[in-house]
Design a protein around this ligand. Structure first.
Ligand SMILES: Nc1ncnc2c1ncn2[C@@H]1O[C@H](COP(=O)(O)OP(=O)(O)OP(=O)(O)O)[C@@H](O)[C@H]1O
Length: 259
């Protein structure tokens, strides 16, 4: 069976202060329908460049991407807008950029209306259902975004991302700004959504402990390359690359041996 997403030999260079930086060097990876792939790597390894290329926010120099059977990087205009709803993103605190007076209801209503997900008379009911799915009471629809905590804002961001019924969520440092307990609850929510709705995820983080909690497979990036890919358990238990070993060593031990 063809993968949902296949990234093939993507390369990207930047010129900065007279120097050429190879941000991505022949990066290839695949994600199956319903699978969570964790993409982990130190700062500057190229993770965000890859997610920006995938989301069509940045052009690449070479390579191809196939998504849901289509040549993703050649889609333009109306065809791209139509297909884009199937790949949604959640960044670190995306709602921080919204006007703080905007209500949760209107944040969720926008994608439903713009993409005609449900008919007008069913939109209020759909908003209630989206809130319920991310563990928020229906009356949150009337609250201004400003009145929410960081964790609640990220729940609304996830609800907004799943409103268009995507087959792939790209989460780039989506829980990095949250405190540990809230982060754990959001990770649980993502795993639940994934199990219930079969949404595939590309879960990007510099934190291997976070990636391990949600991923089926993990890909390790270093210096713009994928240096290791494997089942999450195997990569964490016995990393094969130097970058993988460094990331494992950086995870605080939960259980320490008594002296
Ligand atoms: N717009 C740009 N202009 C010049 N260089 C850039 C630009 N964007 C990224 N880079 C460089 O490309 C490399 C990869 O950066 P990228 O942001 O993709 O890494 P990252 O793994 O996401 O890091 P972080 O976790 O810190 O966000 C780095 O060397 C970075 O300095």
């Amino acid at each position: 069976m063809n993968p949902l997403l296949s990234i093939e030999n993507i390369s990207k260079r930047f010129s900065s202060a007279g120097r050429r930086v190879a941000a991505l060097d022949n990066v290839s990876l695949t994600i199956a329908a319903g699978e969570t792939l964790g993409l982990v790597g130190a700062s500057g390894s190229g993770k965000s460049t890859l997610s920006r290329i995938l989301l069509r926010l940045l052009p690449c120099d070479a390579g191809a991407i196939r998504f849901e059977g289509e040549d993703w990087l050649t889609l333009r205009g109306a065809a791209l807008r139509r297909r884009r709803v199937r790949m949604q993103m959640v960044f670190q605190d995306p709602l921080a950029a919204f006007n703080p007076l905007v209500t949760v209801g209107s944040v969720l209503d926008d994608p439903l209306r713009i993409h005609g997900v449900v008919s007008q008379n069913r939109r209020a009911g759909e908003i209630t259902m989206l809130l319920e799915r991310v563990g928020l009471p229906a009356d949150y629809a009337r609250r201004p975004v400003r009145a929410l905590s960081g964790g609640q804002r990220q729940r609304v961001a996830i609800a907004r991302a799943i409103a268009t019924r995507p087959s792939l969520l790209v989460l780039d440092e989506a829980v990095s700004a949250l405190d540990v307990t809230v982060r754990g609850r959001i990770l649980e929510l993502l795993v639940e959504l994934q199990k219930e709705h079969g949404i595939a995820c590309l879960f990007i983080s510099h934190d291997l402990a976070v990636v391990r909690a949600v991923s089926h497979r993990i890909a390790v990036m270093d210096g713009g390359r994928i240096v290791e890919t494997g089942p999450a358990v195997a990569v964490v238990a016995a990393p094969q690359s130097a970058a993988g070993r460094a990331l494992v060593a950086a995870v605080p031990r939960l259980v320490t041996e008594p002296l």
